[in-house]
Design a protein around this ligand. Structure first.
Ligand SMILES: [Zn+2]
Length: 341
């Protein structure tokens, strides 16, 4: 930003305009000279102020600072009314006493602290990856810019909210978007409970715990439960069937969610940033076969290096055509085919 200032100033009034000084106008010449000096002084002052206010800090340093800030915050965090309050980073964690997996959770305060620790690990790994310092190596510079945008939001004083619910939505987690939430969003009710930027997590879905909200027929037909098991599930400890997924990489999930804060939404028509970033920077969560998972991870990273795709980010239509033409729109489907059954 500061680089644009000298060029503009030079054109307008530091260098003067050719022919602006009348012939033989000595006093005018002096005045112009004085103006030049004043202008130059002003410019130097302006540059000094700008430089002092916004020094350039490399991404790696900002990522490190953020991790240190979260650590400091955690050491001093207050906990009251089921809310963990992190002052410096302006983060609050609500109702997350049963994080991460509902059953067998630690004390509410330390469960909420666990969430912030997962977030901190996810931010460090995800942001470093986008900045080209992670395991996958250099990605397209467009993603460094996304890391810069996310860091700017995290460094800001804007309050950031993490809210936990139990058995209250079909998704594992959902994030607010800067575009707002529409009434037609199937998760409108949950999203309405947090303002932007916010994330809602369901600790039942995270833990692969069977919902208590199905009817008896569903338990019998789909989950093959006997009547005593249905009674126990409803009134005692909820069941966790082997075929329900327990989310392993929680830092990866939390990073995925905060990427949505940049306005990136899920779609098959254009690059699905949250999915690509989570898969390349963390791995394929729902695929336990190591070789298959590694292959998909590599594909996600290869897509994130495609110069033609990302240098067309300023033109949504052109980018959509490239996304489709190169068959990248098939990637998510191919991954889904390899999900654990
Ligand atoms: Zn998502």
């Amino acid at each position: 930003m500061a680089r644009g200032v000298p060029a503009f100033q030079c054109k307008a009034w530091i260098c003067g305009t050719p022919g602006a000084v009348p012939k033989g106008g000595g006093s005018m010449q002096k005045r112009i000279g004085g103006l030049r000096r004043t202008g130059l002084t002003l410019l130097l002052t302006l540059l000094a102020v700008t430089t002092a206010a916004e020094p350039f800090v490399p991404l790696a340093e900002r990522i490190e600072r953020l991790a240190v800030l979260l650590d400091q915050d955690l050491a001093l965090a207050g906990y009251a009314d089921d809310t963990l309050d992190l002052r410096q980073s302006a983060i609050t964690v609500h109702d997350c006493g049963s994080y991460p997996y509902s059953e067998g959770a630690a004390a509410p305060r330390s469960a909420s602290i666990d969430l912030v620790r997962d977030l901190s690990v996810g931010l460090r790994q995800g942001l470093s990856c986008l900045a080209g310092h992670g395991e996958p190596g250099r990605l397209h510079p467009y993603h460094e810019y996304q890391a810069h945008r996310l860091l700017t939001l995290l460094e800001s004083e804007a309050p950031k909210t993490f809210q936990c619910v139990e058995d209250d939505m079909f998704a594992v987690a959902v994030a607010t978007s800067p575009q707002g939430t529409t009434l037609t969003d199937p998760l409108f009710r949950q999203l309405r409970s947090v303002s932007f930027p916010g994330v809602v997590l369901d600790t039942y879905r995270l833990g692969g715990v069977l919902s208590r909200r199905h009817d008896d027929e569903t338990y019998r037909e789909f989950f093959h439960l006997a009547d005593e098991q249905i009674y126990e599930h409803r009134n005692g400890q909820p069941l966790r069937p082997a075929n329900l997924h327990r989310y392993r990489d929680r830092p990866g999930l939390l990073f995925h969610e905060v990427v949505h804060w940049l306005g990136h939404e899920h779609s098959a028509l254009y690059p699905d940033m949250a999915h690509l970033y989570e898969t390349c920077c963390f791995g394929a969560e729902y695929i336990s076969d190591a070789a298959l998972a590694a292959g998909h991870r590599q594909t996600a990273c290869t897509i994130l290096r495609d110069d033609e795709l990302w240098s067309n980010s300023y033109s949504r239509n052109r980018q959509m055509r490239i996304w489709h033409h190169k068959g990248y729109d098939q990637f998510k489907g191919a991954m889904r085919d390899d999900y654990d059954s």
